[in-house]
Design a protein around this ligand. Structure first.
Ligand SMILES: [Zn+2]
Length: 276
């Protein structure tokens, strides 16, 4: 990975977005700490700094890319659960503040040409448009229909690969098979930095148009600080917001002073013109 975990980048080895998607076995028990934490905490933390950031699912803490195997239906599922999650925040997160991308992870022992070709396969072309409309089972760690379907696809795929290997076919000629083969991805979920002057953000911030502070699906509020997350009390949030409000006020005042100065200049120039 080109990045290390820092203020703006978080690595996750899994794709459990919300706390209700965390399998029971990954949760804290009397004997063990939780082995998995939902992606939601990090998204919340990136929103609340106002600076944004990206969560990479399919990358281990040490930066090792493992990729997550997914079919098109499972990718749809992830997009749906992200939208669902963002709608459960308080206040809800508008669509323009986040972005999701699936970056295929391709084997390094493939030729450059094959990799390029495979990276450009649109898996949406390989699936049934009607089937894609089937509702997914969200807010649970249980298997969804898309997970069951994936199991069947992987089993078929193994057959196809063996078959293709037997025939020694050019890999590009079996694109439909390989299209399914391109199943390992890094899921990049980015929170956009808050732009107080963007028209799309009007009405979401407060009167100074500071970024709103969001509580996650469990009503918890996180802030990203360095590569760590802190859960804040309301008291602390109030003082952080005050601090931020002050610096935002300063930039507004700075800008206004500059504008006034520019106006004054114009007036002076106008006068000179008149005087001349
Ligand atoms: Zn599903």
């Amino acid at each position: 990975m080109p990045y290390e975990e820092d203020l703006f980048h978080e690595f996750k080895g899994h794709k459990s977005l919300s706390t209700d998607q965390l399998p029971k076995w990954t949760q804290a028990s009397k004997w063990e700490r939780a082995s998995r934490k939902a992606v939601s905490r990090n998204l919340c933390g990136f929103l609340n700094t106002g600076l944004g950031g990206t969560v990479y699912c399919g990358v281990l803490d040490d930066g090792n890319v493992i990729g997550l195997k997914m079919t098109q239906y499972q990718k749809d599922h992830v997009v749906k659960s992200l939208n669902d999650l963002m709608s459960r925040y308080s206040p809800p997160v508008p669509r323009h503040r986040y972005r999701i991308q699936f970056v295929p992870v391709l084997s390094s022992d493939m030729s450059e040409k094959d990799r390029e070709e495979l990276a450009n396969v649109d898996t949406r072309d390989l699936v049934d448009a009607e089937e894609r409309k089937t509702e997914h089972l969200l807010r649970t760690a249980h298997y969804c229909w898309c997970d069951k379907d994936a199991k069947v696809q992987y089993a078929n795929m193994a057959d196809d690969i063996n078959h293709a290997a037997d025939n020694n076919t050019n890999p590009l000629k079996r694109l439909p098979v390989l299209g399914i083969l391109v199943t390992s991805y890094i899921i990049e979920i980015s929170i956009q930095a808050w732009n107080p002057d963007a028209a799309s953000n009007k009405g979401f911030g407060d009167f100074l148009n500071l970024h709103p502070i969001h509580a996650d699906e469990d009503g918890k509020i996180y802030f990203r600080r360095q590569a760590r997350l802190f859960q804040y009390s309301l008291q602390e949030i109030a003082s952080l917001t005050r601090f931020e409000a002050r610096s935002r006020r300063m930039t507004i005042i700075d800008r206004m002073q500059k504008e006034i100065l520019a106006l004054k200049k114009k007036v002076v120039q106008g006068k000179q013109v008149k005087d001349a």
